[in-house]
Design a protein around this ligand. Sequence first.
Ligand code: ZN
Length: 292
Amino acid sequence: MTRPRAGPIGRVRVLSTGTVAIRPEQIGPTRKPVLWWLLTSTEWTAPKPVNVFVVEHREGLVLFDTGQDRASVTDPGYFPSGPAGLIYSRIAKPRMDTGDTLPARLAELGHDTGDVRRVVLSHLHHDHIGGLPHLGHAQIHAARAELDSLARPFPRARGLLPDRIDLPGLQWKPIDFAPIDDPGAAPFTTGLDLYGDGSILLLPTPGHTPGSTSMLVRRPGRRPLLMVGDLTFDAARLAAGIPTGTGDKRRSARTAANVAALRARLPGLTVLAAHDPDAAALLEQAEQPYRD
Ligand SMILES: [Zn+2]
């Protein structure tokens, strides 16, 4: 018999909406400028997961990211054409079968898409927003800075597809990070406590994109979790201080230093990245009882 767990968080699980292969240069480190490796790279990585984290909170289901859209592999008009389209075809090779959609994968975990109450987006790249068409009933949280970047000129050239993000009927709740008095989250001094109970804290982790956001999940008797989106492509590389090949390098380095300092304060911290092949195993380990 399992011991009842105190606190508002139940199980935390992960699903993957198909896979994506990317350029080794994107994982980093690389000295080549982004445009250079994007246009010249001849290699793809092994297929990586496109993770969505599913958090059972007393108030309802919370998703961190929504994965990719099957239309991205079936609809030739999903990505832009022309020079911007070239970027999409060069940067990633998505794969998705019919059973890989967000609703299908949630159903495998025993959940209906209608159970989802809140969605937190790490950022707005297409492989993180693909489930939005199914989530019109939920509150969608994304950092104000990320939503602002969508409104700036040439979003498609910056990896953002406005007509796939700004869908009619979605309930957007921009995240405005505000000062927090939470020693357990130091060195972060701003954040957003999603339910006001300290169990789910959103933290600003800019670098990969201007409004990249991470989600710290804390529950008694188990390891704390930090979902980081694309801050890194695997937790081990982040811990070793290896930078990725995209985004704003200086901001990413500052964010990586903040995460390292958080990890030093929370030794059990499990870092879960969106495309980390080890994320599922790391999460399974983190679901075991833990005493810090
Ligand atoms: Zn991604």
